[in-house]
Ligand binder design. Structure first.
Ligand code: XBP
Ligand code: MG
Length: 236
């Protein structure tokens, strides 16, 4: 198989972002007078649901059973999420969240070799922009032939919708691509779209089930090993 495209998840894969998301959610709750605090153990459970707005709703329905929702609950969730996005992107722009080992090099090597690159994420587009402007530079979009984010598809991961959207945008079939993910939800989404998927774990996901993955790595610090496993023939 000649790999024509690499499709990247963002959160947990390009960078270890989940604790910054968690802190940003907590700031938004406190600023809106809500005594909700998501610690690491709780957030680990909440990661079962992807998407920030969906995650807030899951928290309220499954972990806050004595809470009475106000009439404008959907608007409240949207507002909390917008405030959270502001805090999260500010942390990115302050340079607090670097790209994971090997990621910048992989993107540059693959781009130089003419392999298409794409994003398939549940996170908000503004978050991807802030992360990659800091991590890759102001011209980061030139690296990517497709940028699939957040609410552009009806169902988030583990549904395959975002991968289908990206494949359509790339005009490639699943067999031409590989995906890079960090979580069980992400792996299921990519596999459901028929894409061969490699996993790099992070502290939140390391104990999850990755059966079906083509390979599982702690990170991409050793790119020659990754190129060897995937069959990518890229100059190091
Ligand atoms: C990542 C997520 C995202 C972020 C929050 O999943 O679940 O929801 O935690 O992002 P994946 P937003 O890496 O599988 O795409 O708050 O912008 O939705
Ligand atoms: Mg992820």
């Amino acid at each position: 198989m000649t790999i024509k495209a690499i499709i990247f998840d963002v959160d947990g894969t390009l960078a270890d972002t989940e604790d910054a998301h968690r802190i940003a959610f907590n700031k938004a709750f406190a600023e809106n007078g809500l005594a909700w605090n998501w610690d690491v153990a709780l957030y680990d459970k909440l990661l079962k649901v992807t998407g920030g707005k969906e995650r807030i709703k899951y928290f309220v329905s499954d972990f806050l059973t004595d809470y009475t929702k106000p009439d404008n609950f959907d608007d409240l969730v949207k507002h909390l999420h917008a405030v959270k996005t502001g805090h999260y992107t500010a942390m990115l722009r302050d340079g607090l969240i670097p790209l994971r080992p090997g990621i910048r090099q992989l993107i540059q090597d693959a781009h130089k070799a003419g392999i298409k690159l794409a994003i398939a994420t549940t996170t908000t587009a503004e978050n991807v922009t802030a992360l990659l402007e800091v991590g890759l530079g102001a011209d980061w979009e030139n690296y990517f032939a497709a940028n699939g984010c957040g609410d552009i598809v009806p169902s988030k991961k583990p549904a395959p919708d975002i991968y289908h959207w990206v494949l359509n945008k790339l005009q490639l079939s699943a067999a031409d691509c590989i995906a890079l993910e960090d979580s069980n939800n992400g792996l299921r989404a990519a596999l459901a779209a028929g894409i061969k998927t490699y996993v790099t774990v992070n502290p939140y996901t390391s104990k999850q089930d990755f059966s079906g993955a083509a390979g599982v790595f702690s990170d991409l610090g050793n790119l020659p090993q990754f190129y060897h496993s995937t069959g990518l023939s890229l100059p190091i």
